[in-house]
Design a protein around this ligand. Structure first.
Ligand SMILES: CCCCCNS(=O)(=O)c1cc(S(N)(=O)=O)ccc1C(=O)O
Ligand SMILES: [Zn+2]
Length: 260
């Protein structure tokens, strides 16, 4: 099982012990400096074809809350932008902080957001399985959306209302008919760069597409994520699930491109 976590002894600063790629040349997340990003007029808009997407379940995997999708065909894909072909939606999950603290993974000019949503897609044109894609340089495309606190988000309740059913690590419940398109901000202008998974195994297999405009959610909605626990129901301790984010990593000469 995975012996890594977000605590003092098993957290991000200790991950390089078992996953040496943690000190690699294309690690994520990063701090984005908009004025140093290269505006690339050749970057086309991101296109999300999620209309026939099929969500399956919602789960607490001990690191985050994850909604999984049916990915046996091209029913829900992301394409355009920096991508050479369509990438299939596999799952989405969140990263968040503690009460009043920030919890996004990417930062913008050193500023964190309250939380960050990741929609994970894989290159099913080039690779036969998700696992194969997850360790290939152009295997995954993750769409990152910042969450900022403000007014209540009109659709996020569909997720937060289900969180009580997946309080403990290892819990899974049916979650059908959810289309994540309802979570997206109005503009999909983005930054893009080559990076990695932000959790072990930290494979350097991700084309990151970070949307500039945050989605607005209420503090109350965000607080519901913190009712989850990292620990299993059978365990004695109940460790609140919060601060499940990796801090920004060195850019190591990479270029961040900006769509318009
Ligand atoms: C074969 C090993 C794949 C491990 C990565 N799986 S994943 O769904 O892409 C993923 C991505 C990410 S992230 N933050 O998008 O890099 C975090 C967790 C997971 C997960 O395993 O739940
Ligand atoms: Zn993530």
């Amino acid at each position: 099982g995975n012996q890594w976590g977000y605590g003092k002894d098993d957290g991000p600063s200790a991950w390089n012990k078992n996953y040496p790629v943690a000190d690699g040349d294309r690690q994520s997340p990063i701090d984005i400096l908009p004025h140093q990003a290269r505006h690339d007029p050749n970057l086309s808009p991101i296109v999300l074809n999620y209309d026939r997407c099929t969500s399956i379940n919602i789960a607490n995997n001990g690191n985050s809350v994850v909604v999984e999708f049916e990915d046996s065909d091209d029913r829900s894909v992301i394409q355009g932008g920096p991508l050479d072909n369509p990438y299939r939606l596999k799952q989405f999950h969140f990263h968040w902080g503690g009460k009043g603290c920030h919890g996004s993974e990417h930062t913008v000019e050193g500023n964190s957001y309250a939380s960050e949503l990741h929609l994970v897609h894989w290159n099913a044109v080039k690779f036969k399985t998700f696992g194969e894609a997850a360790s290939a340089p152009d295997g995954l495309a993750v769409l990152g959306i910042f969450l900022e606190t403000g007014d209540e988000h009109r659709w996020l309740h569909m997720i937060t209302d289900a969180l009580y059913t997946v309080k403990f690590k290892g819990s899974v419940t049916d979650f059908k008919g959810f289309n994540p398109k309802c979570l997206l901000p109005s503009s999909l202008h983005y930054w893009t760069y080559l990076g990695s998974l932000t959790t072990p195994p930290l494979h350097e297999s991700v084309i990151w597409i970070v949307v500039k405009e945050p989605m607005i959610v209420s503090e109350k909605q965000l607080g519901k994520f913190r009712t989850l626990v990292f620990t299993g129901e059978e365990e004695d301790e109940r460790t609140r699930m919060e601060n499940n984010f990796r801090p920004p990593q060195l850019l190591k000469g990479r270029t961040v491109r900006s769509s318009n």
